[in-house]
Design a protein around this ligand. Sequence first.
Ligand code: SAM
Length: 212
Amino acid sequence: MSKAKWLLPIVAGVAAGAFIARQYKKKALAEEADLLWSLLGLRPGARVGEVGAGTGSMTEQIAARLKTPGHLFATEIDDKRLRQLVKKKVQQDWRNVTVEASHAFDCRIPANSCDAIYMRAVYHHFTDPAQMNGSIFRALRPGGTLAVVDFTPRWWLAPCMPKGIPANRGGHGIPSAILAEELEQVGFEQVRSIANWPGRKFCLLFQKPIAS
Ligand SMILES: C[S@@+](CC[C@H](N)C(=O)[O-])C[C@H]1O[C@@H](n2cnc3c(N)ncnc32)[C@H](O)[C@@H]1O
């Protein structure tokens, strides 16, 4: 048998596997976006913030659901990811998305601008959680909601621990009780806790009190 003859099914198998994995990831992302959407009580036209958008996979999902005049402020602290986010915004013509460079101590979302804010696997990266949380609180309108998706420390992620995080995290990740306590310290009220969020994560839902 020639080399090409036995290589062909292997290449076709790898390509089919990659295609199936991509489709699975896309479906899982859309399902998680639907969960976030209903948890935050969002409607088309709402004004939303995403802290630590990464390369924008969830940004794309939520922005599409918000439509216009809905708006999404997508922030990111890492320069490379920020550039990728800006590139995606232009290439995919996200007209209802503003991309903002975040600071370690300020989410850079305008005060009182959002009905809701979410972040996914970002909180445990915060090096100055008190300042960040204060800025997120200010960015929400009174009565606005905050969904924080994160995970308890995972030993196998220890080699890529975020640098400069507070010492009490206990590894790469964050216990939900510490996260809740820190957000309550800046004025948030916890309204829900979901232990079985997709990706073996948890999700905590907070509200900025109406009288604030
Ligand atoms: C694990 S990634 C998650 C990315 C994205 N949320 C997702 O679910 O695909 C964590 C992201 O948080 C960003 N990040 C860390 N600290 C941040 C901060 N203070 N403000 C904004 N983004 C931050 C990192 O640069 C990184 O892109």
